[in-house]
Write a protein that binds this ligand. Structure first.
Ligand SMILES: Nc1ncnc2c1ncn2[C@@H]1O[C@H](COP(=O)(O)OP(=O)(O)OP(=O)(O)O)[C@@H](O)[C@H]1O
Ligand SMILES: [Mg+2]
Length: 299
């Protein structure tokens, strides 16, 4: 298995050394394999090439973030992995299965830009949906839903309906739903975009804990460099349209940077700022970025 593959133009960072470092040993099976994927949209005004020659392997249990300018194809790539659309060329597999089979087998949980809740179901019933579909007994369902809602800070809102919640609260319901079944893979497209900064950092910490505890692989789209650095084992930097992988930056966050050990203190450490700078430079095409406060990036 090729461990990480960059786009054709990209320099290859020294990922092998990093992967042999502090991370937990990787199981042989990969969570996601993307090989030579192109996506061209036919529109009334002509063709739009959204993705060009994407090669990416996400190992089981690995946390990979996608970052890049608006319109570079991040959501398109996520939709292809989730079998919500078909590639124009290339192949995608999820745990060795076709993306279609993986969808049918409910191999992953999804939390996308839009919360996508069912308006006629209460908050609790939305979170319970995947459990219902998998035939989990109702008593177990209730306790699991209560636990999940507590985790996302919505314990008091179980009986509300989605339109009675703020956008950020709806997003948290969608995250709880994605986690309900403890899937081996989470596909998350800007799931924290609608959250205030405090809640966002809390959810990041929770996600780190959950993914470490459950060993779930995560593919995570974000526009926030610090968010990507805090969460990820590797950050995939994409170029403007047509979306290509420009560089894959392994997160070197020090000896105790196993995901389970990522705590609030990490956000203030030197290695954290160094990684923020590395991702910023990759986004800017690999050259040092002149700016005032080194390593400081808002969202
Ligand atoms: N269904 C579609 N039909 C035509 N063009 C599309 C379609 N979906 C996406 N595109 C185009 O493909 C490109 C990539 O879109 P995509 O939504 O994947 O970008 P993105 O990286 O997720 O952007 P953002 O950061 O703004 O969410 C854009 O140019 C977009 O206009
Ligand atoms: Mg998008």
């Amino acid at each position: 298995m090729s461990d990480a593959t960059t786009g054709s133009r990209a320099p290859r960072p020294a990922e092998t050394a990093q992967d042999a470092g502090s991370r937990a040993p990787r199981p042989a099976e990969s969570a996601v394999e993307v090989r030579g994927v192109d996506k061209v949209f036919e529109t009334r005004t002509g063709q739009v090439q959204a993705l060009d020659g994407i090669d990416l392997t996400v190992a089981a249990g690995e946390f990979v973030s996608l970052i890049g300018p608006s319109g570079c194809g991040k959501s398109t790539l996520m939709r292809l992995i989730a079998d919500l659309d078909d590639p124009t060329a290339g192949t995608l597999t999820v745990f060795g299965k076709s993306s279609r089979q993986a969808r049918l087998d409910q191999e992953y949980g999804i939390a996308f830009q839009q919360a996508g809740l069912l308006p006629w179901r209460t908050v609790a019933a939305n979170v319970a949906l995947p459990l219902e579909l998998h035939g989990v007994a109702s008593a177990d369902r209730r306790s699991r839903v209560a636990q999940l809602l507590e985790m996302v800070g919505l314990g008091d809102f179980a009986d509300r309906y989605p339109d009675q919640l703020s956008g950020g609260m709806q997003q948290r319901v969608a995250i709880a739903r994605a986690l309900a079944e403890q899937p081996r893979l989470l596909l998350m497209d800007e799931p924290f975009g609608a959250l205030d900064e405090m809640t966002r950092e809390k959810m990041q910490t929770e996600l780190v804990r959950i993914s470490a505890e459950t060993g779930a692989a995560v593919v995570f789209v974000t526009h926030s460099i610090p968010e990507a650095v805090f969460l990820s084992d590797r950050v995939v930097v994409m170029s403007p349209r047509p979306g290509r992988i420009q560089q894959i930056v392994p997160m070197r966050l020090g000896a105790d940077a196993a995901r389970a050990a990522r705590t609030e203190e990490l956000r203030e450490e030197r290695t954290f700022f160094d990684m923020v700078t590395a991702v910023r430079e990759a986004l800017h095409g690999g050259s040092p970025v002149a700016s005032g406060a080194r390593g400081v990036e808002t969202r």
